[in-house]
Every structure is written in C-alpha cells, then in structure tokens.
Design a protein around this ligand. Structure first.
Ligand code: SF4
Length: 266
C-alpha cells in the first residue's frame, strides 16, 4: 500500500484525470457548455465575460458553485461563433476591448478554445484566457500552440503559496502544484503574453515569500505583474470552508482586504 514515504503516494485526486472526466460532460465536438454567455465585469477596468461550465480542480474557496460542482445539470452547449457573437455584442454595448470566459477552467475543450481564439484574432478584441495552469503545465504542446494567437493574454491562477496549502485548498495531488509554474515557463518560452496570480487568503508572510521565489525562478519578470488574490466569503464559500474547518487569514470585503483575526470576522 502506498504511503507518504513512497514517491508513488497520491495525497489527492489527479487534476489531469479530472480534466478528461470534466471534458466528457462539458465538451461536445467544437461546442462547450456555458451557464451564461456575456456579462460585464469590473476587472481590468471593464471586461465582458462568459460564464463557462466545468473545471479540473475543486477549490474549497471557489465562488463558482454549480458550474464547477454540477456541470451535468448546469448550462447549455454553444459553438465558438455563438460565444464570440454574444461576447462582442455585449462588449460593444459597454465599450470593452477585453473579453474572456471565467468562473470555471478556460482550457477545457481545445478545439472550441482554438476556434474561439481564431475569431478573436480577426477582431478588435483581446481575449483573457483564465486558467489554473493544470492542462498547460501538463501538455507543453498545448501551451506552445497558443503562441499563434495574437489577441490573447493568459492569466495563470495559482491556488495557494506552497504544495501543502494547495493540497488543503484543492484536495488535488500535492505534486500538481508545480503544473501552473510549468505552464508559465512554457508560455514565456513561446512568447505568449501571460501573468500569474496567487490565492493568498490562507498564506502567511513566509509562504508568500516562498511562492514569489518560485515565480522568480521561472522568470524574474513575473514578479512585476503578479496579482495576489483574496477570497470573498459568499455564503456557499463560507459553508464549504466551515465544513472543512478552514479559516482564511484574509478576505476581500467591499473592495478592501480584511485581516480576519484583526478585523473581528471570526
Ligand atoms: S480552479 Fe477556479 S473555477 Fe476551478 S474550482 Fe478552483 S477557483 Fe473554482
């Protein structure tokens, strides 16, 4: 039987196996499931975003509930052209140049994604690909294939500041923590515009220093654009964290970052 002293020990689920399982539910030919096609968001000074269905992680702090946890019964299938049409129409209404898909994992369904990015490349918009980096870090060719798209920026989101934190937060195998760093390495090598963001609500100063060093090792320039994310305690998130006996150190509340212990939220 595998144990912690055994290098084959698995301390969680495999996000790559979960990728394939999720794709069986949310991808059909060149179509992908979406819960909603286009809504304006305030990030990056204004962006129009579709709400995808299906993810290959199960972060306990995730605000996206049904699209991640109930992909079978959530959303409908749409072609890349339908998604692009809805995004561009809504973006024009709000004067946005940036469009994206969010609330799930952006790299599920390669065929759908590539066709969507081709449409974006022939347009005035820039697509922000939101990913947790699992698939791109696992498949170098996938990351390199993104280099042909010019109107693309990839935002790689890292869940926690070290392997242990990541394992607690996501329930995934600790070793898969390295995949988003590999993804960034491949993307930078291929000349794809990208940046990293790190979920730090459960981190302390020394683990944040640790993740910064890891990013520095990939490419020092990543530290200039890195974003540090804090969770928002939506009721579902609070319930999930309470069930897991997890207390965040910092949260985002009404646009401000609150230190939970000092701010009296416990
Ligand atoms: S990777 Fe993102 S969408 Fe997927 S479970 Fe984690 S926070 Fe939610």
């Amino acid at each position: 039987m595998a144990n912690r002293n055994n290098p084959t020990h698995k301390d969680g689920y495999d996000p790559i196996a979960l990728t394939r399982a999720a794709e069986r539910v949310v991808v059909r030919g060149n179509k992908r499931k979406y819960a909603r096609l286009a809504r304006p968001l305030r990030f990056y000074g204004g962006i129009t975003s579709a709400q995808e269905v299906g993810c290959n992680l199960r972060c306990k702090f995730c605000f996206s509930d049904k699209p991640v946890r109930r992909p079978h019964s959530t959303g409908r299938f749409y072609s890349p052209q339908q998604v692009f049409n809805a995004l561009s129409k809504e973006a024009d209404k709000h004067g946005h140049k940036l469009i994206s898909a969010s609330a799930s994992e952006g790299t599920l369904g390669q065929e759908h994604l590539f066709e969507l990015l081709e449409l974006v490349d022939d347009s005035k918009y820039v697509f922000v690909l939101e990913t947790n980096g699992m698939t791109l870090g696992h498949d170098r060719d996938f990351a390199l294939a993104l280099a042909r798209f010019k109107n693309l920026h990839v935002r790689v989101s890292i869940k926690g500041s070290n392997k242990k934190e990541y394992n607690n937060l996501t329930g995934a195998i600790s070793d898969s923590y390295d995949l988003p760093f590999k993804a960034l390495d491949y993307l930078i090598d291929a000349g794809v515009s990208c940046n990293a963001c790190v979920m730090v609500s459960f981190s302390n100063k020394s683990s944040i220093a640790e993740v910064k060093e890891k990013l520095h090792d990939v490419w020092p320039g990543l530290l200039k654009s890195v974003e540090f994310e804090n969770i928002t305690l939506f009721p579902k998130v609070a319930e999930r964290l309470a069930n897991a006996n997890m207390v965040p150190k910092t949260i985002r509340h009404r646009g401000k970052i609150i230190n939970v212990n000092k701010g009296g939220f416990v």
